[in-house]
Design a protein around this ligand. Structure first.
Ligand code: TRP
Ligand code: SF4
Length: 426
């Protein structure tokens, strides 16, 4: 059912289409989930690296995007106000970048406490070694030496991420290369979970009873084929066994499904295994030519004021060989050129290359089209952000609606998880 959210001051209408929450494993291929930690204002590196990709994905998939505030606490538990101050700004950044709340579900992790319950339940069956071996565990501890990350929460954080993903039965998880190991962990946890709990009570006995119904000869054949497949991975045996089941006339539909599942050894798939959707590494350079990153202090904010963008580009370092206007330069040695690579078309690049090498243009001439291109990119972002900043209640209702939608989807998964883990006795 579509939900209409009216924004009174502007008269604009946001339509949120409610999505079906329970997914089969085939439909899960169409669901995308990703999260972002609220630890400060977003910059153009986030825009080119992540947000533009999300904006594309929302056209083709059923997307869930969330503010990973609990994840932020795993590393920022000593200064939580950073998180508090970043949450709403980040949501506005997403909306300003073009995320459409009518297409994607936007929510805040801690407003869907089901994530904590699934994390806890998964923790029961996750071997400690799996978490200790996640590469980011030691890496981050080394990198963030000033923080004490020898905590329970930090060790468990990739499993919290697994809970985030498995909760929505997401098939695809857009992440950067550093997070692929977390999706791998999620796959292993899902596999182990399905192996432990995916069998309905008495599944094996029911499957055995169904085999008996095929008659002596066929039963023997089925057992041999199953053994060949399970022990030697014989794919031909799998096909033959399937064909054998199809031929059977006097078995029920339920038994047929059991016989199909039983050849492969398993039962039901409760938590489908997700795939990482690798976000191409962002080549977005910062003001000093290094990768744009808050920790290098070389960023341009996603919603940086135009005057400040102008100022930052004007004062950017250029090729040190160009002391005077008459000194020729080399774009390969200049961080300004790297930004041209992102923003400029061939003719501008040609103008820069020729003008720089021949000392035919000054560095400010070179920077001018760049400033214009960045401001042009930011213009619609500023406009959308302004709209949401003027209407904070609209932002709140988008998130309230998203959280409700997320909770509905989460409940479906958790009910099933509780049931198979023996917790549905109330
Ligand atoms: N751990 C991710 C990061 O640090 C954020 C995140 C949390 C996430 N849960 C997720 C990403 C689930 C993808 C899917 O960037
Ligand atoms: Fe850099 Fe452009 Fe100046 Fe050449 S002209 S040094 S590319 S800013």
């Amino acid at each position: 059912m579509p939900i209409f959210i009216a924004c009174h001051s502007t008269g604009c209408l946001v339509v949120v289409i409610r999505k079906e929450s329970a997914l089969s494993s085939v439909e899960s291929q169409q669901r995308v989930l990703s999260g972002m930690r609220p630890t400060g204002k977003l910059h153009l590196g986030h825009y080119h690296g992540v947000l533009k990709n999300w904006v594309q994905l929302q056209h083709d998939y059923d997307c869930f995007f969330f503010v990973a505030d609990w994840h932020a606490l795993t590393t920022h538990y000593e200064d939580p106000h950073i998180i508090e101050n970043s949450v709403w700004d980040m949501v506005i950044d997403w909306l300003a970048a073009g995320i459409n709340p009518g297409r994607a579900t936007l929510f805040i992790q801690s407003r869907v406490p089901e994530h904590a319950e699934l994390h806890l339940l998964l923790s029961m069956m996750t071997p400690l070694g799996w978490l200790e071996r996640v590469p980011t565990y030691k890496d981050q501890q080394e990198k963030l030496k000033e923080k004490d990350l020898a905590t329970y929460g930090f060790l468990g954080y990739p499993l919290l991420q697994s809970a985030d993903i498995l909760m929505y039965r997401a098939g695809l998880v857009p992440v950067g290369a550093d997070q692929v190991s977390h999706v791998e962990l999620t796959r292993e946890v899902a596999r182990r979970f399905n192996h432990l709990y995916g069998k309905e009570p008495g599944f094996e006995q029911q499957a055995e009873a169904a085999i008996a119904k095929m008659g002596k000869k066929n039963a023997k054949l089925y057992r041999n084929l199953r053994r060949s497949y399970l022990e030697q991975g014989d794919a031909e045996a799998l096909d033959t066994a399937r064909a054998l089941i199809k031929e059977q006339q006097n078995i029920s539909l339920g038994d047929r499904e059991r016989l199909f599942g039983y050849i492969e050894g398993g039962g039901k798939v409760i938590l489908p295994e997700p795939q990482p959707l690798l976000t191409p590494a962002s080549k977005m350079p910062g003001l000093d030519g290094q990768k744009m990153s808050k920790s290098y202090g070389n960023t341009i904010g996603l919603r940086e004021a135009p005057a400040s963008v102008d100022q930052k580009i004007r004062t950017m370092q250029t090729d040190p060989a160009r002391v005077r206007l008459t000194d020729p330069g080399d774009p390969a040695k200049c961080p300004v050129w790297q930004l041209h690579e992102v923003y400029s078309d061939d003719s501008t690049k040609d103008y820069v290359q020729k003008g720089c090498r021949s000392a035919g243009i000054g560095c400010l001439d070179c920077k001018k089209p760049l400033i214009e291109a960045i401001l042009a990119e930011q213009k619609p972002i500023h406009e959308r952000a302004q709209h949401y900043e003027n209407n904070p209640e609209l932002v709140r209702s988008i998130i309230a609606e998203g959280c409700e939608n997320a909770r509905d989807a989460a409940k479906g998964t958790l009910d099933e998880v509780r049931k198979v883990m023996g917790l549905s006795y109330l």
